[in-house]
Design a protein around this ligand. Structure first.
Ligand code: ADP
Ligand code: ZN
Length: 598
């Protein structure tokens, strides 16, 4: 089969060469050549009657009707001579540089395309590079590099021991675990943990992504799975790490009857067969990572397969400090930098985001030729990560700036007034990313669940921007679209997921945008009438919050002006300044209770 390929390619090349040669031959052979000085002499002797010029090439006809070709070294002088003798001149458009190459390119593209087509037809077996599965032999990541998730590490220590010495576990008749499923949001260190297991045990590490197995052509994924296990067994003991296993391990027979369904099912079946098949004398341990354990096929989670499941959540404040320490080891921090403070101000950050924060801070400090990384650099790097980079070059009119200032002041004032809202961390009207301005709130502690009051405060804070614009300028702008979207999302979840509407009660209503679980659960499980009530309840939350926001801002309009004024002047205000402007103590007095929704 391979030879026929080469033959086709060779035939193509020969064709191309012939085509190019033919085109040259055609152009050159048609007319005889004449040397330039003879040509000039003939002009002088009035023998030339007509010329056709194209670039430097001249086709000339003499008074006997004979034609020939010559090339002019300098067109200007020859033109002068021709004009002097009143010889008729025709010109042709210059030959595009690529013209002899154009068919060549065309044929080459055709050739490559045909090559790819043929390769795909063969089910990718020719695609050596992609199926070539090579393990990383010496991993230098250890458990010390993974910080802040001690529970997960504990669960995995046993796996390391199995890999080091399986007999310790098997001599009593025990079964070595085959699969470990690490589940958690992206960036929480799942891949890192997988590598650390291999590093600690000193075994080879096979890395594959679930999407590597998902191909257009039926059977390719399955054959890749078989090859992977074949290779792994040869390298046992070892670790196979499958990232984003949900790409191949989605539950079978769902309603998503798209193409590729068959292929995925076959791939998944192959994986299950391989997992069941390998014997305990070969220690091959599968570690898979996913942030969507809910979509996995239940067959994957059965005993003997991925029966160990470790959940990894974003680290708490102590964990964050440890991760920062790990990544700060090789960085030069100023003496006043306390990573505890940095950890405190980064709730919700994952390991990857903390690593990124460290790196960004180091880059910012380096850009300013500093000797060490200061707390300021951390603060700026955090702003950049959370709010996007500043867009310094953007030209904004004063009017626009004014509207933005009041908009952000509205957000901030509402957040400061409401006791349940997260305190304001920073306000800025410097455009960042796609936003004209940003009001950043940072919770005091890590939050794990939210109260109804908190959520309402959040919706009101979001509406605060637009309301302020309305009060001050009596006009609406498009700047609030993102706020409105988020506010609506929160209100929808309150009603449909969290059972926070009194009229609808503590019941979950699955809406269509949650249909990712597959067709069945995406079906609406309530009547059209209920749908109307849901809509009404969502509207009511938004409307009530809006009215309340209006009243609050109207009552504190002096503070709104003050905040906007300072913003216009300084462009950025931090928490401390907000407190000073709002005379924090005094504002504590008007901690209004949120109107309870009926
Ligand atoms: P995931 O696989 O969960 O998406 P990764 O393991 O790829 O996340 O994490 C990306 C990077 O983030 C790691 O290479 C590491 O630098 C950093 N990181 C994530 N979690 C931790 C952690 N717990 N301790 C130290 N570094 C971490
Ligand atoms: Zn806004």
């Amino acid at each position: 089969m391979k030879n026929s390929f080469r033959n086709i390619l060779i035939a193509l090349v020969v064709l191309v060469v012939l085509a190019v040669a033919a085109s040259f031959w055609k152009a050159e052979k048609k007319l005889p050549n004449l040397d330039y000085s003879t040509f000039v002499a003939q002009i002088a002797d009035d023998e030339i009657t007509k010329v056709t010029m194209q670039d430097g090439k001249i086709e000339a006809t003499d008074k006997f009707g004979r034609q020939f070709i010559t090339y002019a070294p300098d067109i200007k002088t020859i033109l002068d001579r021709l004009e002097e003798k009143n010889i008729s001149i025709t010109t042709r458009a210059p030959i595009p540089m690529s013209s002899p190459l154009a068919p060549l390119f065309f044929l080459m593209i055709m050739g490559v395309w045909m090559y790819l087509m043929m390769k795909q037809k063969k089910g990718g077996t020719l695609d050596k590079k992609k199926t070539e599965i090579t393990p990383e032999k010496s991993i230098d990541v250890t458990f010390d590099d993974v910080a802040g998730i001690p529970e997960a590490k504990e669960e995995l220590v046993e796996i390391v021991e199995c890999l080091r010495d399986a007999t310790k576990f098997t001599k009593l008749g025990g079964r070595i675990p085959k699969g470990v499923l690490l589940q958690g949001p992206p960036g929480t260190g799942k891949t890192l943990l997988g590598k650390a297991i291999a590093g600690e045990a000193g075994v080879p590490f096979f890395y594959m992504s679930g999407s590597d197995f998902v191909e257009m052509f039926v059977g390719v994924g399955a054959s890749r799975v078989r090859k992977l296990f074949e290779k792994a067994k040869k390298n046992a003991p070892c670790i196979i790490f499958i990232d984003e296993i949900d790409a191949m391990g989605r539950s079978r027979g769902g309603a998503q009857a798209q193409g590729g369904q068959d292929e995925r099912e076959q791939t998944l079946n192959a994986l299950l067969v391989e997992m069941d098949g390998f014997k305990s004398d070969k220690t091959v341990i599968l570690v898979a990572a996913t942030n969507r354990p809910d979509v996995l096929d239940p067959a994957l989670l059965r005993p003997g397969r991925f029966d160990r499941q470790v959940t990894i959540l974003p680290p708490d404040v102590k964990g964050r400090e440890k991760i920062l320490q790990v990544h700060g080891e090789n960085l030069k921090l100023c003496h006043d930098v306390d990573l505890k403070i940095v950890a405190k101000s980064t709730p919700g950050f994952t390991g990857a985001e903390l690593a990124n924060l460290m790196n960004e801070s180091a880059l910012l400090a380096a850009r300013q030729n500093k000797d060490c990384i200061s707390l300021d650099d951390f603060e700026n790097a955090k702003d950049k990560i959370l709010m996007g980079a500043e867009r310094k070059g953007m030209v904004i009119s004063y009017e626009e700036k004014q509207v933005t200032a009041y908009h952000e002041a509205g957000h901030a004032l509402i957040a400061e007034i409401l006791p349940d809202a997260d305190p304001v961390h920073k306000i800025t009207i410097i455009p960042r990313g796609r936003a004209m301005g940003v009001t950043m709130q940072v919770p005091l502690d890590d939050r794990h669940s939210y109260t109804r009051e908190y959520l309402l405060a959040r919706v009101m804070t979001l509406l605060g921007g637009r309301t302020a614009e309305e009060i001050i300028f009596n006009q609406l702008t498009t700047g609030a679209s993102n706020d409105l979207q988020t506010a609506t999302e929160i209100a929808t979840k309150m009603v449909c997921e969290w059972g926070m509407s009194e009229r609808l009660g503590p019941r979950a209503y699955v809406t269509s945008d949650q249909g990712f679980l597959g067709g069945d659960s995406a079906k609406r499980s309530y009547s059209a009438q209920t749908a109307q009530t849901i809509d009404a309840e969502i509207n009511k939350i938004i409307e009530d919050c809006y009215q309340q926001t209006m009243i609050l801002l109207d009552g504190k309009i002096g503070y709104l002006h003050k905040l906007a004024e300072v913003l216009l002047e300084n462009e950025t205000i931090d928490a401390e300044e907000v407190n000073i402007i709002l005379k924090c103590k005094e504002i504590g007095k008007f901690n209004e209770k949120i109107m309870r929704l009926k």
